[in-house]
Design a protein around this ligand. Sequence first.
Ligand code: NAI
Ligand code: MG
Length: 396
Amino acid sequence: MPIFYVLVGPCAGDLTGLSERVQTLVRTRPGQRVGARRSAAASTIPAMPATHRIALLPGDGIGKEVVAEARKAVDALGLAIEWTHLPWGSDFYLEHGQMMPDDWAATLRAHEAILMGACGWPTVPDHIALWGMILRIRQVLDLWANVRPARLLPGIPTPLAGRTAADIDMVFVRENTEGEYAGVGGRAHQGLSVEVGVETAVFTRAGIERVVRFAFGLAAQRKGVLTSATKSNASRYGYVLWDEVVEEVGAGFPGVRVERVLVDALAARMVSNPGSLDVVVASNLFGDILTDVAAAIQGGMGMAASANTAPGSAEPGLFESVHGSAPDIAGKGVGNPVAAIWSAVLMLEHIGEPAAAAQLMAAIEAVCLTGPRTRDVGGIAGTAEVGDAVVARLRG
Ligand code: NAI
Ligand code: MG
């Protein structure tokens, strides 16, 4: 029997339900106090289930390698977890003509959370692979809040000269179900010289409002500054609506200073002055691009974790590295598993295991500080060696 949490609805100044659990993690850094969770008696969240049901979706390429390490680390915590291994992805597509089986949504909904690797592989056209899996899951489960912490951990090199861990601690909140990735458009005159492709960005007031409200709530619990990324000078409909909604929602958060920054200027600022940024809210496409920049700043794609959730709903959250299947290094055992293990930390928060989450995060931080590290972050270790070191820290 799947066990779902009952969650309270959104309200100004507060983050709710699943998101609350995720955001305790994203506002945590060494020396910073973690906000206390509401007690079971004081909240609508019932007692945690004895056994957590987690869907394990390794997907393609390096996804399989890093998710194996994340699972190993979670298992070492000794929680009661029942994993369901789902072999979906590009191999599944080659056999069945689709990335996931027809009953995929019901299968995922029978779990509290999904721990995913990546999808996409050279044998399957990329738009088919992504629309057949990750984008579809986000849309159908309506996982509208994509939270991506970008914090430089001590011991990890950043390409930004002169910057240290003290300068880099941002959280991106990416709208995850509409905008430029709404999937609306079409092609006409196919195969002819006059062929045309139309891709339409879709911005709804409700879609913007919920993610912006969530980001304001997060900002209120961090430094009280929210940066909204748009391009409302050149794009004059969707992003202008976005700006208006930001202003309206902001009225309910007098303690948060909001700044509107055009996305191109923001990309430059992330590199030139990352310390000036805290919480950033952005559309689907802009959030996607900016978080690859953020990943580079925090040490590379192997360091960037993410949570896809539907705060206030009973849908299972999906937790995955920001990176893709990395065909260039897949199968070599050299990929960095930290992003995947960090994503598992976010998942543990989501399923109501904050102590285990904090323990695992501390183990990640310790390993990043002392090594072993993979080569993308200046080390020589392999994927499993880093995973083993995290496990050893947990057991030590
Ligand atoms: P990618 O993120 O897979 O790789 C970009 C670069 O980062 C590569 O040089 C890769 O070696 C490196 N890298 C990625 N993860 C790493 C790790 N854990 N440790 C060390 N280095 C790492 O992006 P790319 O190459 O553009 O896409 C590959 C495939 O993944 C494509 O099919 C793409 O559509 C898909 N993709 C899927 C995503 C998802 O499932 N959420 C997200 C991004 C891409
Ligand atoms: Mg991306």
